[in-house]
Design a protein around this ligand. Structure first.
Ligand code: ARG
Length: 589
């Protein structure tokens, strides 16, 4: 229940319910507070008021005309607005309400100060155990900028769930078997390449790309011959014995070591690692079991499931050569997640090119009688493209993680160069790192996940516009004002909050009040972009306020301290919001 998430609205609803029920006669039922709470909304335009209440909802139970109800309410509320309202106005059957900003700010300031604001959502939500599977890179392949979108989305989704009270297990699922690996190992062997001393993970990725290009380019008999060679390598790996198998085992760790470095750099958490090779055998058992049960059928030597009635085609689960498939392994994985971890919900963060795959997997699970199939959710997302178009190893325009990191660091170093001498080297490096992470994470999640996005280093690292650094800068700016105030002996004082009367201050307070609701909404829709969008607008409002009202030069000491209290609350909420996106703030930049 998210009923009282907006505390101000609840207080207003309570007061209004008493007024509204004065209109009842003996036959009409009492209108409960929660009905009013549910009816009161944000008006389309801020200038119309802080909340609006469409009175149509109450016409039937009260047997009165909506407009009559609105007028009655407005009169009564203006006469006796209670602690939380300032006044009310009617527009037709709408009641536009102005909040008492003194009550609102006092509440927000104290709830931020004692941290209770940030625990509210978790207290209201029913706790569901959630597993978020994300990143899932394939070993022996290049980890590039496109993969970062998954990491940014998955990691922040986990943070959102946790904020909303759900125990979360963050899981990885490494693609450590299959043809792509055979191709890579085949190419290395064919060219008798020496293993480099450093950068082995990345080197494997390059070898894989070259192998794919070579195989694609081959023609006629040659093509078949090379393919056969790759199949041979695959068999050697699958034999679980011998040099090729051992090399597979050793080399996949090089990729995994690289992945771990990347996760450390960006601050992504994993509580458990699954791998494809680990569920392979179990997936064979599932095929046999459900073939015997008559759920899966044989078709021309292969085994699968006919999902044509569900418009999902035929799902192949065991090839004629007896080999298991990607989809088959997902059946074993899904089962394991629920059995081993006792979860209530399973989220898969995977690109939209696998939409059909997950529909098939979830449907197959359902046909197998796996009840939890309904609690499996595929968070699908679009591609990351470059301003010049799609990335491709053939064109050589793939931005590898390390190149991305170097380019970002260089860009930020230029921006921070002015602090050389003034700040220590360590501080510059630390702020640089935070900014790089903030830029990339924010760029990856600020758009609707379903949409393709264009990676543009210059835009994403800018301190202006809809970027991570812009939001981080708003925080640092606030902290610097608070520090300056402190040096002048000024401190925040929430008890003067009735002095906050400017429109900009009002608007900012409304943003602060909406924070929890937005987080909950982002969580319920699995859309972190909703939060990004909100924080961006909140910071725009904040910066507008700073250009219109002065903090340190305000008319009175009381007003200064009231505005400082507003800044404190803004900073705390922004920091929490950024934290949900995995972005760390810095006190100065
Ligand atoms: N490793 C796979 C790939 O790169 C993604 C795995 C997604 N997760 C899953 N449970 N199928 O395509």
């Amino acid at each position: 229940m998210s009923e009282a998430l907006d505390y101000a609205k609840w207080q207003i609803a309570e007061h209004m319910t008493k007024v509204l029920n004065k209109l009842r006669n003996d036959e009409s039922p009492e209108v409960p507070v929660k009905d009013l709470y549910a009816t009161i909304e944000r008006p389309k335009e801020a200038k119309m008021g802080d909340y609006a209440c469409p009175c149509f909802r109450f016409a039937k139970p009260l047997r009165k005309k909506p407009q009559e109800i609105a007028e009655f309410m407005a009169n009564e509320l203006n006469e006796n607005p209670g602690d939380w309202l300032e006044g009310a106005e009617t527009v037709g059957a709408f009641l536009n309400l102005r909040v008492n900003m003194n009550a609102l700010s006092s509440y927000i300031f104290s709830a931020v100060a004692d941290d209770s604001l940030f625990k509210k959502v978790a207290e209201l939500e029913a706790r569901k155990k959630v597993m978020i599977e994300y990143s899932q890179p394939n070993t022996h392949k290049v980890f590039h900028v496109g993969h970062m979108r998954n990491v940014a989305l998955g990691d922040s989704l986990g943070r959102l769930y946790e904020y909303c009270g759900h125990p979360v297990t963050m899981a990885n699922y490494i693609g450590d078997e299959g043809t792509h690996i055979a191709k890579c190992l085949w190419y290395i062997r064919k060219n008798s390449y020496e293993i480099p001393v450093e950068g082995r993970g990345e080197w494997l990725g390059e070898m894989y790309s070259k192998a794919s290009i070579m195989l694609e380019d081959a023609e006629g008999d040659d093509k078949q011959r090379l393919k056969d060679e790759v199949s041979e390598v695959l068999k050697e790996i699958e034999s679980k014995d011998g040099d090729t198998f051992n090399f597979w085992n050793e080399s996949k760790q090089w990729s995994i070591d690289d992945f771990n470095e990347i996760y450390d750099w960006i601050g992504a958490r994993f509580d458990h690692w699954f791998s494809e090779s680990e569920v392979s055998e179990e997936s064979q058992e599932i095929v046999t079991e459900y073939k015997d049960k008559g759920v899966f059928v044989e078709d021309d030597g292969a085994i699968g499931l006919d999902l044509k009635d569900d418009k999902l085609g035929f799902v192949l689960l065991r090839k004629r050569d007896g080999n298991t498939l990607y989809a088959t392994k997902d059946l074993a994985l899904a089962r394991r997640k629920y059995e081993q971890f006792n979860i209530d919900k399973s989220v898969y963060v995977v690109g939209s090119e696998q939409n059909l795959h997950f529909k098939q997997v979830f449907k197959t699970l359902e046909k197998m009688g796996f009840e939890q199939a309904k609690d499996c959710f595929h968070l699908s997302y679009g591609m990351v493209v470059l301003p010049s178009g799609k990335m491709s190893s053939r064109k050589g325009n793939i931005i590898k993680f390390n190149d991305l990191k170097d380019a970002l660091t260089k860009e930020m170093n230029e921006k921070l160069a002015k602090y050389k001498g003034e700040w220590t080297e360590e501080e510059i490096a630390a702020v640089n790192h935070k900014l790089c992470v903030g830029a990339i994470r924010y760029g990856m999640i600020c758009s609707d996940p379903a949409k393709d996005i264009i990676f543009n280093l210059e835009d994403w690292t800018s301190f202006e516009g809809n970027t991570g650094p812009y939001l981080m800068y708003a925080y640092a700016r606030t902290k610097s004002i608070i520090k300056k105030a402190g040096a002048q002996g000024l401190v925040a004082n929430a008890s003067h909050s009735k002095l906050l009367k400017e429109d900009d201050e009002r608007e900012l307070l409304r943003f602060l009040n909406d924070f929890n609701n937005v987080v909950l909404q982002a969580n319920e829709t699995n859309r972190i972009s909703t939060l990004a969008h909100f924080l961006f607008n909140m910071c725009k409002c904040y910066n507008r306020m700073l250009s219109n009202v002065s903090i340190l030069k305000a008319e009175s000491e009381e007003l200064k301290s009231a505005r400082l209290a507003l800044l404190d609350a803004f900073a705390a909420i922004l920091k929490t919001g950024l934290g949900l996106m995995g972005i760390e703030t810095s006190e100065r930049m």
